[in-house]
Design a protein around this ligand. Structure first.
Ligand code: 13P
Length: 256
């Protein structure tokens, strides 16, 4: 099955709404000839930028999918400081990152929390990007495959078998995030293939359509080698997504 690659820009806690609008406009200019049907692109700004970016995408009929970086599980209620999936859906958000390693490490999100979030995202007809990945210590002690497998199974357990094939999984080794130390294309491929096998053990057909991104220090120089691996279906890009030229080059990985 031909899976359409998804390149996602996770802006993390960067760019106010003025800066965000500027970046989207520059990016749109640099990608003016881009076929979004061949390589899909999602942008994940901070919450405070979402409405501004939605308006710009809409007004100029840009091909970007709007994305969020997190969400709560409930539709509304007494959860001070949280944002609901219903609110995101109302802003035309298509993809929501759940269980990013920074949320797992800094905000104590468990696989169980991530599973509930993924299911809540589907309930509002959006697609979750479910993040998994081992730490350096886990890799060095030979546990990476087991840890990632447990994260995949645990983080997808509230998703129905029907929804499973539509999930996006982002494999982001923690030691490669923001460090400049990318996993080699072979190591990234090996883990993404393992993740696909784990999905197949839950539901065979789903493993053929599920998209698996690699994330962790992706840049224009390493993106082509990573993205052309058979089980890697896109990238979740942090730092390099904050500059229009580097992100556009990653989106255009097929032309490099
Ligand atoms: P960097 O691309 O900055 O390493 O970040 C990766 C990431 O965490 C994307 O979610």
């Amino acid at each position: 099955m031909a899976r359409i690659p998804l390149i996602s820009g996770n802006w993390k806690m960067n760019l106010n709404h003025f800066e965000a609008i500027q970046l989207v406009q520059k990016l749109s200019y640099e990608l003016s000839g881009h076929d979004f049907g061949q390589v899909e692109v999602s942008l994940h700004p901070p919450y405070t930028d979402l409405r501004s970016i939605q308006t710009v995408i809409d007004a100029d009929r840009m091909g970007f999918e709007l994305g969020a970086q997190n969400c709560h599980t409930e539709a509304s209620g007494a959860f001070t400081g949280e944002i609901s999936p219903a609110m995101l859906a109302k802003l035309d958000v298509g993809y929501v990152i759940v269980g990013h390693s920074e949320r797992r490490a800094l905000f104590a999100e468990s696989n169980e929390d991530v599973a509930l979030k993924a299911s809540a995202v589907f309930a509002y007809e959006m697609t979750p990007i479910v993040c998994v990945g081992e730490t350096l210590q886990e890799r060095e002690s030979g546990q990476a495959a087991n840890i990632v497998e447990a994260q995949v199974v645990g983080s997808l357990k509230s998703v129905t078998s029907q929804q499973l094939g539509d999930v996006v999984i982002a494999y982001e080794p923690v030691w490669a995030i923001g460090t400049g130390a990318t996993a080699s294309a072979d190591d990234a491929q090996e883990m993404c293939a393992h993740i696909r096998t784990v999905v197949a053990s839950i539901r065979k057909e789903a493993s053929e359509s599920v998209r698996i991104q690699y994330g962790g220090s992706v840049n224009p120089s390493n993106s082509t080698e990573l993205m052309t691996m058979p089980d890697i279906d896109g990238a979740l890009v942090g730092g390099a997504s904050l500059q229009s030229d580097s992100f556009a080059r990653i989106v255009n990985f097929k032309e490099a």
